[in-house]
Design a protein around this ligand. Structure first.
Ligand code: COD
Ligand code: ZN
Ligand code: ZN
Length: 361
């Protein structure tokens, strides 16, 4: 099958023929229909995150995808060939402490998660795949708990985006922060994930949603997803601007970029008792003033929007069907697998919400 291979960080991906195994007893093989291109893929491709975290190279990136089940192992009961599915980048073991306490998004059992080798090979050598998915390829193999069955009429691109950006962003608002109706919130970073935090806050009934980004084009997009006010951080200090706009009444602030300085901004923006949610994976340290904790501010992390994905993703698709969750406007560009490097370039310039690769549609 064809796959886009990363041989070395900071070099372009190359589309090549690779081999994929038959599913093992608890695994499913899926024909990829569509894969989104997320900033985490770019982080690994560019080397800003070391791809060795995913195992030894070469690597197949991609973790936001939907497709059709093609083959199943003989212990699999949840899906059968022909079923349409969304891939989860956090399969669960079902037996660990986190899985049995309703926090399967934190499952770290090596039996299902972690650097995934042994499923793909190139020229006889093993290939690692991203987050048990590896969707920049014509096929994917994952464990049974790594897929969600979806209705056949769900459009592919919209379904694929639910797998990462939508679930992470909307989940950060609804399930991690549990934003209450009437709240005042700030979202720093209005990319594919940040726009979903914004619409998650809108769905939760937040009264004031202030979007912060460096690009006016992203702020315009943010308004169409539910932002009530915007701040261009390239023109103003966002903490000052937000405090001035709200009279220091921000209850929740979300960092959706993955930087230490913007995480600090989120913490500084919230009022006493407020919560700063760090959605981005921050590679450097986050420094906050110790005495600020006397005001009962909270600084919390977020993994996959605290999702219980078999419960939450169908709810998001319900909201989409009702017209309350906008998935289609997130898809700015559709391109073939061969253009994956073009998708990365467009992400770097910030001109897209999401590019999707149409691989098997
Ligand atoms: N101030 C304000 N806005 C900024 C700044 C800044 N200093 N720097 C960049 N931005 C804006 C950009 O203009 C852009 O609009 C936005 O921030 C970033 O958007 P994208 O589209 O490039 O990135 P996303 O939305 O695809 O991904 C962002 C994440 C934070 C999710 C990602 O980078 C990450 O850290 N992922 C790991 C954590 C996670 O939740 N992973 C889930 C699977 S990815
Ligand atoms: Zn992602
Ligand atoms: Zn588990």
């Amino acid at each position: 099958m064809k796959a886009a291979l990363l041989h070395e960080a900071a070099t372009p991906l190359t589309v090549e023929e690779i081999d994929i195994i038959d599913p093992r007893p608890n695994e499913v093989r899926v024909n990829t229909a569509v894969s989104g291109v997320c900033h985490s893929d770019l982080h690994f491709a560019s080397g800003s995150w070391n791809p060795r975290m995913l195992g030894r190279g070469p690597w197949v990136l991609g973790h936001e995808a939907a497709g059709t089940v093609e083959a199943v192992g003989d212990q699999v009961t949840y899906v059968q060939p022909g079923d349409h599915v969304i891939m989860s980048f956090k399969p669960f073991c079902g037996t660990c402490k986190h899985c049995t306490s309703g926090r399967a998004n934190l499952c770290a059992s090596p039996s299902v998660y972690g650097p995934t080798r042994g499923r793909l090979s190139w020229d006889g050598k093993p290939v690692s795949m991203m987050s048990s998915v590896g969707s920049f390829a014509e096929q994917m193999v994952t464990v049974e708990s790594g897929v969600l069955k979806i209705p056949d009429d769900m459009p592919w691109a919209e379904a694929a985006l639910v797998g990462c950006g939508v679930m992470t962003g909307v989940g950060a608002a609804l399930y991690t922060a549990q934003v209450p109706g009437g709240a005042t919130v700030v979202v720093i970073g209005c990319g594919g994930v940040g726009l979903n935090v914004i619409q998650g806050c809108r769905i939760a009934g937040a009264a004031h949603i202030i979007a912060v980004d460096m690009l006016d084009s992203k702020l315009e997009l943010a308004k169409s997803f539910g932002a009530t006010d915007v701040v261009n951080a390239s023109q103003r200090d966002p903490v000052e601007a937000v405090k001035e706009m709200t009279g220091d009444t921000v209850e929740y602030a979300f960092e959706v970029i993955g930087r230490g300085d913007t995480s600090r901004q989120a913490f500084d923006m919230v009022e006493a008792g407020g919560t700063a949610v760090v959605v981005g994976m921050v590679a450097d340290d986050i420094t906050v003033p110790g005495p600020a904790f006397l005001s009962e501010k909270r600084l919390i992390g977020c993994m996959y929007g605290s999702t219980r994905f078999r419960e939450h993703m169908p709810k998001l698709m319900d909201l989409y069907r009702q017209g309350r969750l906008d998935l289609s406007a997130l898809v700015t560009e559709r391109m073939p697998l061969e253009d994956v490097n073009v998708a990365f370039e467009k992400m770097k310039t910030g001109e897209v919400a999401r590019s999707v690769l149409e691989i098997g549609v």
